[in-house]
Every structure is written in structure tokens, then in C-alpha cells.
Design a protein around this ligand. Structure first.
Ligand SMILES: [Zn+2]
Length: 397
């Protein structure tokens, strides 16, 4: 997650203890977790690309159960058809690229500031995105608010830049579909709209310019990775507890940061009331659960010095990135998917008949198969997405 629970400073709130010996890096553990996460995120990418026929591996009850949540069919399929891994890698490589640069941003700046930080621990999971992100162990500086800002901001800022580059590449690999094609897909199989943030819309415009009304980009797996990279950047910048944004807000407003943490929870519920998007409630529940472990308040720091202009500028840059990566209505069904025949065909870019993970938080269930999945979709002008030969050739890099 790139680091809500960066173990931050729970270990040393006071700073009067003798300095512990420098941390020994556990290289083999870091590497093993990274490789395992590469494996699970590649399976997630195969699922997102719709590479695997729905019936692959049989319809046994165990297969169905294992495949509903976990990447069981994808695993069977890629063992049978190794080339399917390419579509998965088009997702996992850029996604882990964003996560790795995010964490290494924290790591490098922490080390430059003399803070003892560990290398990232990636967290593989066999469902959703294939990972819960990564965390680094760190003993936060106990008397330097500037260092807190610099270390907290380094991850999201560098991760944002990489995610933006990933988006530009991903959009250039994506194809345009016309309004009619999109409406047919939405009506036939269901389509989920990923939702725009300012930075996401900017990247799309830089690559594709202004599209005719109703036309839209059918996003490639790499663009999908960029979308999640942006979304997780925003998530980490929430001014909450010991998130990256929580470190920064504590450095700025001190103990009042607790009120910001509570404000975040309230804002998520307001967003739900406006959009009826259940993702906001899921996020709120996750934050409440996390706060049981890391608290709502930031550990205290004894630093009465005024903050340097440079650190204020860095905090301002983070605020801009936070605004630019905010998606008001993420991962919602295309209107035509809910209301066939509707004229309101807008922005469908993500296939709905995949398990759609919610950011790094994995609270969701895989979506049911597309609304029309019981229907024979051979009347569709478009290829059935679950045919690995006919479906989405753009999914391979
Ligand atoms: Zn971070």
C-alpha cells in the first residue's frame, strides 16, 4: 500500500534512547517477496486482460470457488499457454515499477537524512491486484519536521511521475472505440468505467487529444497499471494517521492532524452519499480497521523550529498531486451496463466482467460476470472478450 503503515515511528517516540545498531538488510527476504509479488500481479494482469476463457479448467465446484476469488484459472491457463503471461506482465511490470519507485523514494531520502530505513517489503496476495503494495520499516526522525516532510513526500512524488509515464505508454498502446462499439459492449457484457482524475485525463488528452463525443479509450493493461498507480498515490497522500500524507500533515499542523484523520473518514462517507459508489465505504472501513493498529494520531515529534520554505514547497507539491490524482467516482458501472439502450454512453474503458480489485485494499468481491453473460454474445459486433485468440489483441505488449 505503498506504505500506510510504514511502521513509522511507533518504535521511538521519545528519541532519548541509545541509538540501536544499524539495520541489517535481509536481501533474500526482500527479493523473495518481490519475486512472489511479481508472480501474483502477473496473474492479476492475466485476469484483468480477460485472457482466460470462462470455462477453462472445468466447471467443478472447487475450481469455481478457487477461481471466484483467487487466480486459480489464470494459473492453470498460463501453465498451459505461457504466452498469456505477456498480457499479465504488461500490467505487473509497470505496476511494480510504480510501487518500487515510490518505496525507494522514501528509502533514499530517509537514508540521505540519516534515518535508518529498510528496503521495501512487497506483500503478495493471490487475489485482487495480486499485492497489497509494499512497506518499508523506518524509525522516523524524532525531532525534525522537515525530514518528516521530505521522507513522506519523496515516495508519492516520485511514484506520481512514474505513474504518469506509465499512463502515457499505456494510452499509446490503447485503442479507441466508438460510442456504438462501447454501447454494444456495455449492453452485451457489462463495462466498468475506471473514472478520471485530472492527471489521468491529462495523460489521455496528451496521447489521444480530444475524442469525438461518446468515443473513448479502451484501456490497455499498462494504462490500467498507471491508473492504479495514480489511485494509490492519492490513497497514500490522504492526511490520515501515519500515511505519507499523515506524516506531512502532522509536520504542518502538529497534533491537529488527528482532526484531519477524522475528517478523512467523514469525507469518504460524504463521497459515498454523493456518488453511491460503495468503494468509498470500503475505503472508510479499511481506514478504521487500520487505525486500530496504527492509531488516528501521529506519534509526537519535538521540533519547535519554523518549517523551511523548501519543505513548505514540497508539502504544497504533494497537495497538488493529491488533488490531481483524486478520482471522484472510481470503478463504477457504465450507464448502459445498468440501463441498456441508454443514450448516456460515457467513458467506458474497463471491462466489467473481470474481478475488479479496489485499489490495494482487497475488500471487494469479484464482480459477477457481465450483465449479459448468460446471453450468447455472438450477435455482438465485437469479439467475445473471453476468447483468448479473439479477445483484446492489444493486451500483449
Ligand atoms: Zn509511501
Amino acid at each position: 500500500m505503498p506504505s500506510p503503515s510504514e511502521e513509522a515511528s511507533g518504535e521511538h517516540p521519545a528519541g532519548h534512547e541509545p541509538a540501536p545498531p544499524p539495520r541489517q538488510h535481509r536481501w533474500s527476504l526482500h527479493l523473495a517477496l518481490f519475486i512472489a509479488t511479481g508472480f501474483t500481479t502477473t496473474l492479476a494482469g492475466i485476469r484483468l486482460a480477460g485472457e482466460v476463457p470462462a470455462e477453462f479448467g472445468g466447471e467443478g465446484i472447487l475450481t469455481q470457488i478457487l477461481s471466484a476469488v483467487f487466480f486459480y484459472r489464470e494459473l492453470l491457463y498460463v501453465m498451459d499457454e505461457p504466452s498469456a503471461a505477456l498480457a499479465g506482465l504488461a500490467f505487473s511490470v509497470p505496476l511494480l515499477g510504480v510501487f518500487l519507485t515510490h518505496e525507494m523514494g522514501h528509502f533514499v531520502v530517509a537514508r540521505l537524512r540519516g534515518v535508518d530505513a529498510s528496503l521495501p517489503y512487497f506483500i503478495p496476495v493471490p487475489f485482487a491486484l495480486g499485492t497489497l503494495g509494499a512497506v518499508i520499516g523506518m524509525r522516523a526522525p524524532s525531532n525534525d519536521r522537515g525530514a518528516l516532510v521530505a521522507i513522506g513526500a519523496a515516495g508519492p512524488l516520485v511514484g506520481f511521475v512514474v505513474a504518469f509515464v506509465v499512463l502515457l505508454i499505456g494510452f499509446s498502446l490503447s485503442e479507441i472505440k466508438t460510442a456504438a462499439e462501447i454501447a454494444a459492449l456495455a449492453s452485451d457484457a457489462g463495462v466498468v468505467v475506471e473514472g478520471d482524475s485530472l492527471s489521468y485525463a491529462l495523460a489521455r488528452w496528451l496521447v489521444h487529444g480530444t475524442l469525438p463525443p461518446g468515443d473513448d479509450v479502451w484501456i490497455h493493461n499498462t494504462a490500467y497499471a498507471g491508473w492504479f498507480g495514480m489511485y494509490l498515490t492519492w490513497f497514500n497522500l490522504l492526511p490520515f494517521s501515519q500515511f505519507d500524507g499523515g506524516h506531512i500533515s502532522y509536520a504542518l499542523v502538529g497534533r491537529h492532524a488527528r482532526a484531519l484523520s477524522i475528517g478523512v473518514l467523514g469525507t469518504l462517507l460524504v463521497l459515498f452519499a454523493i456518488t453511491f459508489n460503495p468503494l468509498w465505504v470500503s475505503l472508510c472501513v479499511v481506514l478504521v480497521l487500520l487505525s486500530r493498529f496504527i492509531g488516528l494520531s501521529h506519534p509526537p515529534i519535538n521540533d519547535d523550529r519554523p518549517m523551511r520554505p523548501l519543505h513548505k514547497l514540497i508539502a504544497f507539491a504533494c497537495a497538488l498531486v493529491f488533488v490531481a490524482t483524486f478520482v471522484p467516482n472510481p470503478l463504477h458501472p457504465h450507464p448502459v451496463s445498468e440501463q441498456r439502450g441508454s443514450e448516456r454512453a460515457i467513458a467506458p474503458r474497463v471491462p466489467a466482467d473481470e474481478a475488479l480489485p479496489h485499489a490495494d485494499l482487497t475488500l471487494d468481491k469479484p464482480r459477477p460476470r457481465g450483465l449479459a453473460s448468460e446471453r450468447d454474445s455472438s450477435d455482438s459486433p465485437l469479439p467475445k472478450r473471453r476468447d483468448p485468440r479473439a479477445g483484446r489483441p492489444e493486451a500483449t505488449p
